[in-house]
Design a protein around this ligand. Structure first.
Ligand code: ITT
Length: 200
């Protein structure tokens, strides 16, 4: 598999932000397909880790379409919240995926833990597990992360999800304030992709 170049690949995600970012990371010779071309629901993500959930998605979408599938399971771990929302990051946005709501919940939970949190460095990291499967067979599964802190207010309109509240290490701006080309070169997905490159 590693010697044979991939020609066609389905990106097994319903998240438009991820899809855009993944399209940018993939080599241009690959013919990319997205889940919107098919009438498919998402699988139940009942894994205990990012990697398990990523494999659930890549296997599910591959079996449904017969295409080789790349899936991403990702999320934000906040140390003061015992690493939550973690694998539940999407669920904190509710059924409609409302990230204003998810961000408000992050601030509410931080307030509960420590009223003074805005004056402290709240360590956090984005994690990304990427997997490639063909039908029920795992071809690859890798994970990477980017360390940072939580901004004491949401900043910036770029990106998606929790981008407005995450400031990567050694930077001043949140991901939400960065131009996409800048974020794409330093985030969790970029580093996971580096590990995946040998399979492409
Ligand atoms: P799919 O399962 O269809 O891929 P999803 O949004 O449900 O879409 P996840 O279960 O992996 O995906 O949830 C990850 C959540 O973590 C996602 O909804 C985002 O809110 C957040 N997230 C992941 N990567 C992010 C990034 O680069 N910037 C901001 N938020 C991110």
């Amino acid at each position: 598999m590693s010697k044979q170049k991939i020609e066609k690949l389905l990106i097994g995600t319903k998240n438009k932000g991820k899809l855009q970012e993944i399209k940018n990371l993939l080599p241009k010779y690959i013919e990319i397909h997205s889940t919107s071309e098919f009438d498919l629901k998402s699988p139940v993500e009942n894994g205990k880790t990012f990697k398990e959930n990523s494999l659930i998605k890549s296997k599910y979408f591959s079996k449904k379409t017969g295409l080789l599938c790349l899936a991403d399971d990702s999320g934000l771990e906040i140390d003061l919240l015992n690493k939550n929302p973690g694998i539940y990051s999407a669920r904190w946005g509710g059924k409609k995926g409302d990230f204003n709501k998810a961000i408000k919940r992050v601030y509410r939970e931080l307030n509960k833990k420590n009223k003074n949190w805005k004056h402290k460095k709240i360590r956090a990291r984005f994690i990304c597990a990427l997997s490639i499967s063909y039908l029920d067979k795992k071809i690859a599964c890798v994970q990477s992360k980017v360390e940072g802190i939580i901004s004491n207010k949401p900043k910036g309109k770029n990106g998606f999800g929790y981008d407005p509240i995450f400031i990567p290490k050694n930077r001043k701006k949140t991901f939400g304030e960065m131009r996409p080309e800048v974020k794409y070169k330093i985030d969790h997905r970029h580093f996971a992709f580096k590990k995946l490159r040998k399979f492409l």
